[in-house]
Design a protein around this ligand. Sequence first.
Ligand SMILES: Cc1cc2nc3c(=O)[nH]c(=O)nc-3n(C[C@H](O)[C@H](O)[C@H](O)COP(=O)(O)OP(=O)(O)OC[C@H]3O[C@@H](n4cnc5c(N)ncnc54)[C@H](O)[C@@H]3O)c2cc1C
Length: 229
Amino acid sequence: MAAYRKRNLVTHYDLCIVGAGLIGSAAARHATLAAPRLKVCLIGPKEPKDRHQCKHGIFGAHYDEGRITRLFDKDRIWAELSKRSIERYNEIEVKSGKYYLKVGHGKQYERELRTPEEVSDWYKTEGDKNALKPLLDGLFQFVRGVTPVSTQGDCCVTTHTPTCYPYCDMITPLLGIIVGGNGYAAKSADEIGRMGARMIIAGKWDHDLPQQRFKAKFKVDKNRPVSRL
Ligand SMILES: Cc1cc2nc3c(=O)[nH]c(=O)nc-3n(C[C@H](O)[C@H](O)[C@H](O)COP(=O)(O)OP(=O)(O)OC[C@H]3O[C@@H](n4cnc5c(N)ncnc54)[C@H](O)[C@@H]3O)c2cc1C
């Protein structure tokens, strides 16, 4: 619970969600749907005008005009998360009147970034310039008869957990986390957010998918401070 003070007004919240990205926004939406009386606060910066020059450093992973969205997946859990989310897209869609075609890439353009500085520097670029032409050529080999109004390449960073699933877990009786999209979570964010909202309202696991898959794993560190929450 948090309090927000403006002049002499103090508002108390029952639930504060930090990070107004894809999963945080979905968690706030589902918390409000599941418990309309709950006072929910969603905290996070607005999308900057120039996301490559964000003054806070890295803005987030959720900017992008188009997303690769698919039902099938060789992993049953990820397939289920995207299926349930896609079924609810009509509840949240905003029509812009524009159409975007997005193409992703394979391992040939990927590399590991090891430090926050490396990630931050990469985020200020518009991606690998050598990748754009071969990817567009490949796309329009399959999608015929379409003349794009414009084309654009951009950079991307994905975070991966050792389990290959997002961590959705209670850390203390009052604090929960949902992190680690593994590069898949845009299309599946609505169900992941719902899973987190149900967990934080119940204070424990409250979802039909197996809890074990979403348990957070921590590095063993004897000097790690213990939370008093
Ligand atoms: C360029 C790009 C393309 C992608 N394409 C696809 C795709 O096609 N299909 C797909 O399924 N997935 C895709 N992904 C992955 C997907 O976007 C992520 O898995 C998803 O956004 C993760 O959601 P999230 O809420 O965890 O993080 P984010 O969406 O990054 O949201 C985190 C939010 O937290 C905020 N924040 C950070 N620190 C703080 C703080 N201290 N206080 C308050 N707020 C804070 C950030 O500003 C941000 O708004 C892509 C990712 C990128 C970067």
